[in-house]
Write a protein that binds this ligand. Sequence first.
Ligand SMILES: Nc1ncnc2c1ncn2[C@@H]1O[C@H](COP(=O)(O)OP(=O)(O)OP(=O)(O)O)[C@@H](O)[C@H]1O
Ligand SMILES: [Mg+2]
Length: 361
Amino acid sequence: MSINKIIARQAAYYSQDAGEWANSAYASEYPEITALLNLNLPKHNRYAVCNLRGGIGKSTLTFNLTYDTNDIIAVDTCPQSNSTAFFTRGQPASGTTIYDALLPYLLPRMSFPSRIAQKIERLNPYFSGKNAYFVPSSANLYEFPSIMESALSQARSIPGESDKARSQILNSFKDLLDRETRKYNISKVIIDTSPFFSGATHLSWHAVDSLIVPVRTDQQSVDSLQLLIHLLRDPSRTFLRAQESLELSQPKIQMVVVTHCGWSTRAGARNEPNNQTKVYLEKVHSLVANNIDLFTTDDPDNHVVPLDDFLGSGRIASANQIPIKCLEPQQSFTIEGQRVEVNASVEKCQKQLSFITSNIW
Ligand SMILES: Nc1ncnc2c1ncn2[C@@H]1O[C@H](COP(=O)(O)OP(=O)(O)OP(=O)(O)O)[C@@H](O)[C@H]1O
Ligand SMILES: [Mg+2]
């Protein structure tokens, strides 16, 4: 089992435009650059960006993939509201939050809000002209898991109607997305999730076709990928246990995006990962290979995609809520009194983001 193909693909991003592939170090093993770059993944409409660990790049990736896609609704289900702040440029969210929209499904006397998704360009001018919407999050989501738990236990006690009531709750997010996508005639949805499973993350798994799982190059992130795999597979764990006899849809994993990757700076080493990146790409690849039945194809090489450390560009992008695609090398910004420059490698990150986008939609 090797990560050669995944590394060769990185080199191919560069040579693709310059037409240099024939001279590259990888061309003898992979002469057909087009075949190398084509993952042939099935395309879906609805994704949740999910891993059960904080600070690994879920919100950053959600924001950037939303920017890269037209005709899309992004939903922030994390109570920390980081992707909401990206969309609102740091302003407090107004209007209906995802908490307000989901609550009536759990508390039947509440009425359903009529307006939910908001056009992003009204709040973040980098989205001007894009048909992109978002649903903000709310700190109230910290309470959501316990509300959902008591709604499910009440549903279980309804004589003769228990299955119907439970499936209405577990399918609530799916139903909400069906309504919103119909209203705006949009099919693509991306959901940013919290690092915890209970509550909105749980509901998002029944609402999407597939997961995009960011994993940072550290052991804790790999452990959380392992935990996520257990949740998808083990009938004694929350996700499958809560369904019991119900037939609800379950997501597969489309892609594991290995974030914060770094590449060797040794003279002559072109497109070779540094040691840490290599170790974690190998660990992730091996986990994917051992659980390939949970993925959308049967080839592990298709499902591990590196995303580099954004370096200064990442600081600039998050401080100013700018999509990575809108930055240009050498532009400079002042952040907290410090001048920070967009690094040249931002162009590689932009290509990596395009590659991810073109392999999900
Ligand atoms: N590819 C990247 N390169 C460099 N920095 C990154 C990258 N992706 C994210 N970051 C930075 O890492 C930090 C965490 O990112 P982000 O908020 O997207 O993670 P998260 O998984 O959504 O965290 P949480 O679970 O707490 O919501 C942020 O400071 C962000 O700017
Ligand atoms: Mg986040």
